[in-house]
Design a protein around this ligand. Structure first.
Ligand code: UTP
Length: 289
């Protein structure tokens, strides 16, 4: 088995019901943060981390995602004719090359574990990364790169983690901590969406993973867990005896862009982070004081 993390899975087959009607005919992962869709942030994060193959698990109504990672000949020709070189750069410079992206369809949105399982033959027998594009992370060092760096040191399964308020634990996979050096946590267990009164900790999984292909052996069983969905965390928990599980307290700021307020918050934070926009944004925000 190769120990280099070369492939990244992007599960983008979900329905995005929290964003209806915006997501009726448009994938949630195409929602923009300022002027760039969520999926592009996710792919750029993976490129910086040295990922060579990008695996999209899509579903019905998600073709806009494939188009976004392809050339748009009419648009590019028109931009060229008008000498708009910066705009040409903006629509092409970040695209992975032909053959570096694979698409597979999740025929029914049966849960995140099921979406990742759909990528099993494309991943094959090697460790792989998973990025959930709706968890957007503003960081100096790409979050998935931070996980890959930790993986090089300790191996195993590694998930990005952050503490959440106790009452929110029922929305996340929560770690049962064995050891904790303040940066890297070794877990002895993992529970998906626990009741806040029964949580072993408040350390929750954020949508970044480095996984051993052994998780596929459990996902093959297609067992439905919390919310009657096939959960990725159940597969990670079931392999914990043979593949140690670590949580990395990543450095960076995370925005839950699957949630309306989180998405608006991310738009504000990213706009304020841009020198071409922050002054104008400050003026706009004065209106709401
Ligand atoms: P969410 O849990 O946010 O689900 O998925 P969702 O369906 O997209 O959104 P809501 O809750 O209905 O508003 C987290 C990530 O996992 C993918 C989603 O596309 C998203 O990137 N996902 C989820 C799948 O690919 N397949 C699934 O069956 C479920």
């Amino acid at each position: 088995m190769s120990y280099r993390v070369r492939k990244c899975v992007f599960p983008v087959g979900g329905m995005g019901t929290r964003f209806l009607p915006a997501t009726k005919a448009m994938p949630k992962e195409m929602l923009p943060i300022v002027d760039k869709p969520l999926i592009q942030y996710a792919v750029e994060e993976a490129i910086i981390a040295g990922i060579e193959h990008f695996i999209f698990v899509t579903g019905r109504g998600k073709t806009a995602l494939e188009d976004h990672f392809d050339h748009a000949p009419d648009l590019e020709r028109t931009l060229r004719e008008h000498g708009k070189n910066m705009e040409i750069e903006a629509v092409t410079s970040w695209m992975p090359k032909s053959g570096q992206i694979s698409y597979t369809r999740q025929q029914e949105p049966l849960g995140l574990g099921h979406a990742v399982w759909c990528a099993r033959d494309l991943v094959n027998n090697e460790p792989f990364a998973v990025i959930l594009p709706d968890d957007l992370i503003l960081a100096k060092t790409s979050c998935i790169k931070q996980l890959i760096n930790a993986y090089k040191e300790v191996g195993g399964n590694i998930v990005a983690v952050a503490d959440v308020p106790r009452e929110q634990t029922k929305r996340y996979g929560i770690l049962d901590i064995m050891t904790d050096n303040g940066h890297l946590v070794r877990a002895k267990g993992l529970i998906e969406k626990p009741d806040p009164s029964k949580v072993p900790s408040t350390l929750s999984i954020i949508g970044r993973y480095i996984l051993h292909p052994k998780v596929f052996a459990f996902l093959d069983k297609q067992i439905h867990g919390a919310n009657n969905e096939i959960q990725l965390t159940d597969a990670i928990a079931k392999t914990i005896d043979s593949v140690p599980l670590y949580g990395l307290r990543f450095s960076g700021r995370r925005f839950d862009c699957g949630d309306k307020v989180g998405w608006l918050h991310a738009n504000l934070a990213f706009a304020m982070n841009r020198i071409d926009m922050c002054e104008q944004m400050m003026e706009v925000l004065k209106e709401f004081k």
